[in-house]
Design a protein around this ligand. Structure first.
Ligand SMILES: [Zn+2]
Length: 328
């Protein structure tokens, strides 16, 4: 029928547009560029928009305990941590909590106060923050058994040799060595796991390690001599490569809003602006510049981050807008 709207296609387009937005790189030249669209394409394969698929899996979860694992910790450079990860965990965690999940954000012990301040700022009283020592209690498998699902946001993964690296190839040993086991154990139990990352070295990319190796080439090399480079060894069922991991989390939050017809869940630029300020106050640094006077995320200024969030929330709002039909 001429002029009839293809509902199935129309329903996918907002997700396609979100995917486009979150794969746009705006990094400063100090960070690797040009890889995200290729990591995204490899993760997507021949299927539909990634945030549609990953968001659908997240939206389908029965209410239960969900761990969100995040927090890069690399003293002395990141003595508390970086912006990327904690703010996305707060925003996505708040949305999941409002959907009835018991959300636990699991971070390095030194990061607990910062995450609690972020959750207070986001008015997410239902979200708990636990240090990895407290959550795991030396027994990651037992902790994993209490979970319905787990989400990693920008948590650096152990590589095949059991070593974590920065995206630039430096060995990082300060993070909890048992964190990855939450994901391997949940996968063994057949419970859903999600990974959001922007470099190929984060939890989740282990499931597409060969593609990451081919895409990164020599950019995957490390300087510690372990022989396996930065490529993640830990897999998740769903992987969302994006230009900034926090933005991937905001996008998944928007996808939840679209899937569930809950525009009230969409991320809000004003909230994220406030969270960036609160994060800075707590000592979280922009990971792109490590400059405490630069307010931003992965080297992208806060104004641009908020503009991206405005685009994401606009996509959600436009879907729920009911206007009079155009008469011609
Ligand atoms: Zn190495």
């Amino acid at each position: 029928v001429t002029g009839q709207v293809d509902i199935t296609k129309a329903a996918l387009e907002p997700f396609e547009n979100i995917d486009r937005i979150i794969t746009v790189e705006m990094r400063p030249p100090s960070l690797p560029q040009g890889y995200v669209p290729r990591l995204y394409a490899a993760a997507r394969g021949t299927g539909g928009p990634l945030v549609h698929r990953v968001g659908a899996a997240l939206a389908a979860l029965e209410p239960g305990r969900v761990a969100i694992v995040t927090g890069v910790f690399a003293p002395p450079y990141l003595a508390i941590g970086e912006m990327d990860g904690p703010i996305g965990a707060t925003v996505l965690g708040a949305a999941l909590s409002r959907l009835g999940h018991e959300v636990e954000i699991v971070v390095e012990p030194v990061q607990v106060p910062a995450l609690r301040a972020l959750c207070a700022e986001a008015q997410a009283p239902g979200v708990s923050v636990l240090g990895s020592d407290e959550a795991l209690g030396g027994d990651a498998a037992s902790y994993a058994a209490t979970l319905a699902a787990a989400i990693s946001i920008e948590k650096l993964s152990l590589n095949r040799e059991g070593i974590r690296h920065s995206v630039l190839g430096s060995r990082l040993d300060a993070m909890d060595p048992d964190i990855d086991r939450i994901f391997t154990e949940l996968r063994r139990l057949g419970r859903p796991t999600f990974g959001i990352g922007d470099g190929g070295n984060e939890i989740g990319f282990g499931g597409m390690a060969e593609a990451v190796r081919q895409i990164l080439g020599t950019a995957a090399d490390c300087d510690c001599g372990c022989g396996s480079g930065i490529i993640a060894g830990t897999a998740t069922d769903h992987v969302l490569p994006c230009a900034i991991s926090n933005v991937g989390a905001y996008a998944l939050t928007a996808a939840l809003a679209l899937h569930l017809g809950r525009p009230d869940l969409a991320p809000e630029a004003e909230v994220i602006s406030a969270l960036l300020l609160r994060g800075a106050e707590q000592g979280l640094l922009d990971g792109g510049t490590l400059d405490p006077t630069f307010l931003g995320d992965d080297g992208v200024p806060a104004t641009a981050i908020c503009a991206i969030v405005t685009l994401l929330s606009t996509i959600v709002e436009q879907q729920s807008r009911r206007l009079a039909e155009r008469p011609f």
